[in-house]
Design a protein around this ligand. Structure first.
Ligand SMILES: C[S@@+](CC[C@H](N)C(=O)[O-])C[C@H]1O[C@@H](n2cnc3c(N)ncnc32)[C@H](O)[C@@H]1O
Length: 250
């Protein structure tokens, strides 16, 4: 897979290569990361890529031409026609299903806006999809692109040390993840749940599933609407809710 990022701040996005499992995967070229600065495609003497908005008002707008030339450069070097994604607060809200779909693509171009935004004609002519990282506005698309790249790369086979850790993550099975514990066993009288200490794999798996169901039910009821629980799962959820009720009444 290849990901090209069109950004005025390539150094910012490049930091992805320096840290953690995603950095290791990028350095090992499990995913090829290309960084393209539209400033290099500006024909202005001062390398400007923005101008004032028609109609007046505050802020500047990214110009069509440098962006279009930057994209042409990427496309002309590509083996397949890349999917062009604009990170935008006006896009669809990113979720794990979208991340997985992006992972199927051979080549993606992520385009990061700055200032008040981008000349609409660039979006109309060249952008295939717009995606948002949430209902708030950040100063530029770089952090959003980095969120998407991180989410994609960590799901690729072999990137995480333990294959199972991605599968157990929140959203992978339509559920939130269960709570986790590590040493010491006792912190100020709060003990690790005994099921996790039992060494019994079946018991541990059942405890985890129960808590995944319980957490999802209490924290994200909207996710429950998309699930159809088996008899055993419903029973585990009922047990979880009874245990919580019992604990709260004590
Ligand atoms: C200051 S914002 C422009 C916001 C624009 N005026 C609006 O209100 O829709 C500059 C750039 O940051 C990026 N951006 C801001 N918020 C985002 C979000 N929630 N998700 C993805 N990208 C975002 C976009 O690339 C955008 O072009």
């Amino acid at each position: 897979m290849r990901i090209d990022v069109i950004t005025l701040f390539p150094e910012l996005v490049s930091a992805l290569q320096d840290y953690g499992v995603v950095g290791r995967a990028l350095r090992a070229k499990q995913v090829e990361l290309g960084l393209i600065n539209p400033r290099n495609f500006s024909q202005d003497a001062n390398f400007r890529v923005d101008d004032r908005p028609y109609g007046g008002g505050p802020g500047m707008v990214m110009q069509y031409a440098p962006l279009s030339r930057a994209l042409d450069e990427v496309v002309s070097n590509a083996n397949v026609k890349p999917r062009v994604v604009y990170l935008s607060p006006q896009g669809q809200k990113l979720d794990q299903d979208a991340v997985k779909r992006f992972c199927q693509l051979e080549h993606i171009v992520l385009f990061c806006g700055r200032y008040e935004g981008v000349d609409e004609r660039f979006i109309e002519a060249h952008v295939d999809e717009e995606w948002s990282i949430g209902d708030y506005v950040i100063s530029g698309g770089e952090l959003a692109a980095m969120v998407l790249i991180d989410a994609m790369v960590r799901t690729l086979p072999g990137v995480l040390g333990d294959e199972q850790s991605a599968q157990q993550d929140s959203f992978e099975q339509g559920l939130l993840d269960c709570p986790h514990y590590t040493r010491p066993e006792d912190i100020a009288g709060v003990n690790v749940p005994e099921e996790l200490m039992s060494g019994d794999h079946q018991k541990i798996a059942t405890w985890r599933l129960k808590h995944m169901l319980g957490r999802t039910y209490t924290r994200r009821p909207d996710m429950m609407d998309k699930l159809s629980l088996s008899e055993q799962e419903q029973q585990l959820l009922d047990e979880y809710l009874a245990e919580v009720k019992d604990k709260n009444e004590r």
